[in-house]
Design a protein around this ligand. Structure first.
Ligand SMILES: Nc1ncnc2c1ncn2[C@@H]1O[C@H](COP(=O)(O)OP(=O)(O)OP(=O)(O)O)[C@@H](O)[C@H]1O
Ligand SMILES: [Mg+2]
Length: 292
């Protein structure tokens, strides 16, 4: 009997570190002996390239345009440690819905029973942005993913994007959609950044899964076209990604988040703004953060 495949979707604001984090999670899970597929859902089709020495792979939509029909074997490529890499791709620039690639690729894989055939433990979708509409909502809306994680820094726009994602999850949860596993806090170096994220998750009934520091090791490895786990396996940053991978592997309970209304979010942000300003001007001490 085929084992159960756990499907996970990772969302977050553009450029926040989704593909970097996802690729390192895939690498960590594969090191633990799991069979993993990373499914890039961004029309830029650059999710999996650090699993393949910086090389890009043909996308499902490009292959479909060329040949009119696609066999799964033509769009699944092997990456680091046997990780299966797929890029859904997007429409020709300026034409059609950017989420088309996900809809098409997911449908194709379902029809051909690919996940069952490959006997996968994990499929991880790396999904563009916070836009929970069109194809980008597919992993949540259609009950494809079981758990959703969001990558967020402490920057307001990133938190805003995560809050929007929470609204989408909240909405689709009523019709059997995916639930939220938690927030992967990325680029957290300053103590105030951790406090901001901690406060946001407390207010929205979720949790931080891991704090990932911003690290030059990630940059160096990316420049070599590799994940941190592959190119700097002994680094402290690789261990952070391994710890994250373990937490994701052990994660079972996801829940419905409580997104903030936009006015609440603005008010919350401006309180933090006032607080940070007062820290900068030395009118308060940082231990006061818990009381803001
Ligand atoms: N913890 C980190 N430390 C150092 N650099 C990081 C970290 N996380 C992400 N980066 C860098 O930030 C940049 C953007 O990351 P990435 O491509 O993973 O973001 P993304 O959310 O997938 O972007 P997009 O929305 O464009 O797909 C990359 O150059 C990556 O190396
Ligand atoms: Mg990306």
């Amino acid at each position: 009997m085929a084992k159960k495949t756990t499907q996970i979707a990772i969302y977050g604001k553009g450029g926040i570190g989704k593909s970097t984090t996802t690729s390192n999670i895939s690498a960590a899970l594969s090191e633990m002996g799991y069979k993993v597929m990373q499914f890039g859902c961004d029309p830029k089709s650059d999710s999996t390239n650090t699993l393949r020495d910086g090389k890009y792979i043909p996308t499902v939509l490009d292959t479909l345009r060329e040949k009119n029909s696609v066999k799964a074997s033509e769009v699944i490529f092997e990456g680091f440690n046997g990780i299966y890499c797929v890029e859904a791709g997007g429409p020709a620039p300026g034409v059609g819905c950017a989420g088309r690639g996900i809809i098409t690729a997911v449908e194709l894989f379902k029809q051909q029973k690919i996940f069952e055939e490959l006997d996968l433990d994990y499929v991880i979708y790396d999904v563009l942005g916070d836009v929970v509409c069109g194809g980008f909502a597919v992993p949540i809306r259609e009950g494809i993913a079981e758990h959703v994680f969001t990558v967020s820094s402490a920057d307001f726009m990133s938190i805003y994007a995560s809050n929007n994602l929470f609204k989408g999850i909240h909405k689709y949860s009523k019709s059997g959609g995916a639930l939220l596993g938690g927030v992967i806090a990325n680029s957290i170096n300053a103590p105030y950044a951790k406090e901001i994220i901690d406060d946001f998750v407390a207010k929205t009934n979720t949790q931080v899964v891991e704090y990932v520091p911003r690290s030059v090791t990630v940059t160096q490895c990316e420049l070599q076209g590799k994940t941190t786990i592959e190119a700097a396996p002994k680094s402290a940053q690789a261990d952070v990604y391994r710890s994250l991978g373990k937490k994701i592997a052990n994660h079972t309970e996801s829940k419905v988040p409580s997104p903030l209304e936009i006015s609440e979010l603005r008010q919350w942000a401006s309180k933090w703004g006032d607080y940070l300003l007062s820290v900068e001007t030395n009118t308060v001490r940082t231990e006061n953060a818990a009381n803001i």
